[in-house]
Design a protein around this ligand. Sequence first.
Ligand code: RTP
Ligand code: MG
Length: 139
Amino acid sequence: MSTERTLVLIKPDGVKRNLTGAILARIEAKGYTLAELKKMDATRELLEAHYEEHVGKPFYEPLVEFMLSGPIVAAVFEGQRVIEGFRSLAGATEPTTAAPGTIRGDFGRDWGTKVQQNLVHGSDSAESAEREIGIWFGN
Ligand code: RTP
Ligand code: MG
């Protein structure tokens, strides 16, 4: 299989809690290569494009509000099977029960908010990855 790229976002909870370095270090330690990196404020337009599959779901608006609540860090990582490798490293969506040893399992929990504050986003397929990298970094 050829080298893949994936989009990683460190969400506002991760940035606020000063976990950016710890999260990036785990991805690098697994052997993936950082290709692009920036800290920025998301916008409603970027988020609407990024979360297009979730528009209209009950958690969509709280999710957008959460993603606008502080700066995020956007990164592109490269490597063999990095898409599934990063999702495995991130852990299950719900941080309270995400497996220990994963980013969400080790650093996250339920804070009683309307949306899962789960530290990171990772693309879920090659098509999503190329689409999302285009949204956050252009082509
Ligand atoms: P992600 O896209 O962030 O990598 O996470 P995922 O695939 O595990 O989760 P997904 O189903 O794509 O949902 C996107 C993000 O929306 C928030 N969410 N909250 N019921 C809830 O409270 C709920 N469901 C989803 C999470 O922040 C999730 O990562
Ligand atoms: Mg997803």
